[in-house]
Design a protein around this ligand. Structure first.
Ligand code: NOJ
Length: 540
């Protein structure tokens, strides 16, 4: 049995400006990501919808979250489940209509919850009016200028214009047939062929996104998650690259498809529009590992927040988690920004499974929730994490993620973390729908339903509720600074400098003695001052 020493080790604490004059609502908000297909279905078609979300607002209020982030609900042929938008200023009939959106926003606001939406400005759907116009227009036309149309290489132009792969597998280029029937140019798509990349040097593209921002902000939307926020600018000449380190669904910092300096001008333009609505915010999807380059996205005239994925990428090991936290704090400290924390989303394996699955994975995920919520900044929870849902191994014929086909059926894709939420009852579809859920739901999820967990004080849902409530109401969570304490190997302890909350993580395989203090909450029962393995505790 080892002791967590209380000798502070403040050497790694990043500097942050201590004067905060205005406190925007998002500074320490808990955002709840609704993956609309999978949250709640109100009309029995097996796919979740906006009325389903509105019907469950009472649950979200009980959970205690401050804001919703809705993954895309705009018009889309759903080649990538809404991340292929054909009309950014309308709701897809699968999810409802504008009236359903207005109703959801009003109902959420009435309960004191903000509503933020996903925006997909890097690409459109091939069904977008602009892309159809581009296909019907000749090479060199203004219609093609809104995208990246290029002649192919080789004597007959039959090879792609450069050697870029798509993030989903296969080449990032698709050849079109010209209006006269001849084999034609190629267009760029960093993701699926159904998601042609927009050319942000074209003024139409800029003006249209600004119109979209105002359209939703005028309807009462409180902010946006910006998809592929680090990828909207492409390098001049679209140069070839050495892809030997390339991994499907991931990019490195020297990847020419992402993090080109011109992207910052785009974000400054977005910010100017947002500044007309002083309460509104943006959070960008930024897969950039270098801290300095990450920080550039949240300079005061760019995005309000940037997703830092380090915590979601860290294995369950004290040193790795501590390094992820320190790096995330350092990345924003240099620009006086707000840290963000996320353990999972619709693109990554659920944390219970990532940390080992079964009871161990669940215990570790519970511990990591307490670590995440003990930190200063904004938190993003992915729907179903509060139920401790694991990833699901789906049969081949159920898979829908474009990654599955694009990778030649070598990568199973992201469907396993997108299985609908179990609400009640003892068998599929557990109250999610009155029809057939769009992905099959496991037979053994009865103990994981909202209904089963709500009244059980030991459930993961109850842990989430208690932790969120404490974080919202206790003064010990105040202030942006974090001090680290000396701890035995495999453990860590940090303390909020201003408020005084201490968070201890035990990632070893044996119990540890907690340091002195009053126990506020723990992810597993503390007996005689001992914190069990795979657990975390909050002390004051
Ligand atoms: C990131 C989104 O999170 C992901 O789900 C989507 O497939 C790609 N961007 C393309 O829009």
């Amino acid at each position: 049995m080892r002791d967590v020493s209380d000798a502070p080790d403040t050497s790694a604490t990043p500097d942050r400006p201590s004067e905060v004059t205005v406190e925007p609502w998002w500074l320490d908000a808990i955002f709840y990501q609704v993956y609309p297909r999978s949250f709640a279905d109100s009309d029995g078609d097996g796919v979740g919808d906006l009325t389903g979300v509105e019907n469950m607002l009472g649950y979200l209020e009980l959970l205690g979250v401050n804001a919703l982030w809705l993954s895309p609900v705009m018009r889309s042929p759903m080649a990538d489940h809404g991340y292929d938008v054909s009309d950014p200023r309308d709701i897809d009939p699968l999810f409802g209509d504008l009236a359903a959106m207005d109703s959801l926003v009003a109902a959420a606001h009435a309960r004191g919850m903000k509503v933020t939406m996903d925006l997909v400005p890097n690409h459109t759907s091939i069904e977008h009016r602009w892309f159809r116009e581009a296909l019907a227009s000749p090479p060199g036309s203004p219609e093609r200028e809104r995208y990246f149309f290029r002649d192919g290489r080789g004597p007959d132009g039959s090879e792609p214009p450069n050697n870029w792969p798509s993030i989903f597998g296969g080449p990032a280029w698709t050849r079109v047939t010209e209006p006269d029937g001849s084999p034609g140019q190629w267009y760029l798509h960093i993701f699926a062929p159904e998601q042609p990349d927009l050319n942000w040097d074209d003024p139409d593209v800029v003006a249209d996104l600004h119109a979209t921002l105002r359209f939703w902000l005028d309807r009462g939307i409180d902010g946006f998650r910006i998809d592929v926020a680090h990828g909207m600018a492409k390098p001049a000449g679209l140069p070839d690259h050495d892809w030997s380190d390339n991994e499907l669904l991931h990019n490195t910092d020297d990847d020419p498809r992402f993090d080109n300096p011109e992207v910052h001008e785009i974000h400054r333009g977005i910010r100017k529009v947002l500044d007309e609505y002083p309460e509104a915010m943006t959070v960008g999807e930024i897969w950039v590992r270098d801290n300095e380059r990450f920080g550039e996205y949240i300079r005061p005239d760019e995005l309000h927040l940037g997703f830092n994925f380090r915590l979601a990428e860290a294995p369950f090991a004290a040193d790795d988690v501590r390094a992820a936290i320190e790096q995330s704090l350092a990345a924003v400290a240099q620009v006086g920004g707000t840290p963000t924390w996320t353990l999972s989303n619709h693109d990554v394996e659920r944390e219970v499974t990532r940390y080992g699955g079964g009871a161990v994975g669940r215990d570790r995920a519970r511990a990591m929730l307490l670590v995440e919520l003990a930190l200063p900044g904004a938190v993003f929870l992915y729907n179903g994490a509060e139920l401790g849902l694991p990833n699901v191994d789906l049969p081949d014929d159920a898979l829908q993620d474009p990654v599955w086909e694009r990778s030649g059926r070598t990568e199973r894709g992201r469907d396993g973390c997108r299985v609908p939420l179990p609400w009640k009852g003892t068998e599929p579809p557990y109250g999610f729908t009155t029809g057939q859920p769009w992905l099959p739901m496991p037979d053994d999820w009865a103990p994981l339903t909202v209904e089963a967990q709500l009244e059980d004080v030991t459930s993961t849902l109850s842990l989430y509720r208690s932790a969120i409530e404490l974080r919202a109401n206790r003064p010990e969570f105040a202030g942006p600074e974090v001090d680290w304490y000396g701890s035995p190997a495999g453990c860590f302890a940090f303390r909020r400098r201003e408020g005084g909350l201490t968070c201890v993580l035990n990632a070893t395989s044996g119990p540890i003695m907690l340091p002195p203090g009053t126990l506020l909450l723990s992810s597993s029962p503390v007996v005689e001052g001992q914190l069990p393995p795979d657990s975390a505790a909050w002390l004051i």
